[in-house]
Design a protein around this ligand. Structure first.
Ligand code: PLP
Length: 389
């Protein structure tokens, strides 16, 4: 049977399994061997070469989900993004990078690139024209993130891909917030895609992992650098990630539905000043999001009305937990200025619109009525109203 036109959930479940020919088990066995015969095999298998049976099988699932050739699975999202960018850039090269990206990536570029003689420019905005303006004669890569962490800004994926192609510049995207369920950037001409698999791909807050996925020629370059840095994921965790991805389609679609309901509830609430969710008509780039996303995702952010304290509000939540990470099946909140973006200065945060009162909200798969009830009681509590939970 051809695997080409399988639906999302079938791909999640069936593509990229390690076939157990001996015992015919229903699920992939785990190969934890760090040593494989070298004489009579066509490949020198070694975990750091990203070519164990479990790595190779999961690579096929991820490549199928992102509509491309090959994936590499790393020990973290940061191992994935750092290996990818160091594979594409060397001393004297220049990177154009979106201003509104995950704080850890921004910090990695600011701290590590100068030591290696790699130049970079953070864009002033996230319109295609902002990327074009930042291009120099030595620009080799444009790096975007959409929807972005934590403000859910939307970058025109087609527009940036075309810009890159017209100038011979490689384009790369952090597709973590959308997941392959909601957005497939390679279909729009983006060259390489990365994910923090710690988030939606893992989905249960129990795996730290990263993925780079793309066409064979570029992935060969990423593989060479990845192998030198030694950032492959252990095969136990590769196996857990394979198991997690079997339910990716189901989970993310449930999260999309819940997030839309919650965004609408918050938007209509008098004690909420602003909601950032690309699925809301009020989002300035709703039309663009609609043109490039199949669902709007489980992430949103919001600010409470002036005078209401974001930390007190989060402490008042009973079902919804404060959490550093995101995208698990459980709903969580976070204050970006204290966590993901704490390494930026207050001025840098202000420049990209991250206020101290901003709350990032990761919607889980719980019953929406329970989540809304929890939000209502916490909003009342932070206002000093006495409401029974
Ligand atoms: N990209 C995004 C959008 C993220 O949110 C994160 C982590 O929060 C990363 C990359 C880094 O991934 P990891 O924590 O798996 O290294």
């Amino acid at each position: 049977m051809s695997h080409d036109n399988l639906g999302l959930n079938t791909t999640c479940v069936h593509i990229g399994e390690v076939k157990d020919e001996q015992f015919k088990s229903a699920i992939s066995p785990i190969y934890v061997s760090t040593s494989y015969a070298f004489q009579d095999v066509d490949q020198k298998r070694y975990p750091r070469s990203f070519n164990t049976p479990n790595q190779e099988a999961l690579s096929k699932k991820l490549a199928a989900l992102e509509h491309t050739d090959r994936a590499l699975i790393f020990g973290s999202g940061m191992a994935a993004v750092s290996s990818m960018l160091f594979a594409l850039l060397e001393a004297g090269d220049h990177l154009v990078v979106q201003n509104t990206i995950y704080g850890g990536t921004s910090n990695f570029i600011r701290e590590e690139f100068p030591k290696r003689g790699i130049e970079f420019t953070f864009t002033e905005g996230y319109e295609v024209a902002d990327f074009e303006k930042a291009i120099q004669s030595n620009t080799k890569v444009i790096y975007i993130e959409t929807p972005s962490n934590p403000l859910l800004t939307i970058t025109d994926v087609r527009g940036v891909a075309q810009l890159g192609k017209s100038k011979g510049i490689i384009t790369a995207i952090d597709n973590t917030f959308a997941s392959p369920v909601n957005q497939n950037p390679i279909d729009f001409g983006i060259d390489l895609v990365m994910h923090s698999a710690t988030k939606y791909l893992g989905g249960h807050s129990d795996i730290l992992a990263g993925v780079v996925v793309g066409p064979n020629d570029l992935m060969e370059k990423v593989w060479r650098v990845g192998r030198n840095f030694g950032g492959n994921l252990s095969d136990f965790t590769v196996w857990m990630l394979e198991r997690s991805i079997k339910t990716l389609g189901l989970r993310v679609k449930a999260q999309n539905r819940n997030a839309k309901k919650i965004a609408k509830f918050l938007e209509a609430h008098e004690d909420v000043k602003q909601v950032y969710y690309p699925g809301l008509k009020s989002h300035p780039q709703h039309a663009l999001a609609k043109s490039q996303m199949k669902g709007f995702g489980g992430m949103l952010s919001f600010e409470l009305a002036d005078g209401l304290d974001a930390l007190e509000f989060q402490q008042a939540l009973q079902l919804i937990k404060p959490s550093l990470s995101l995208a698990g099946v459980e709903t969580t909140t976070l204050s970006p200025h204290l966590t993901s973006h704490s390494l930026m200065t207050a001025e840098e945060r202000a420049a990209i619109g991250i206020s101290d009162n901003l709350i990032r909200f990761s919607t889980g798969i719980e019953c929406k009525e329970d989540l809304i009830k929890d939000l209502k009681q916490a909003l009342a509590k932070v206002k000093g109203e006495n409401v029974m939970a």
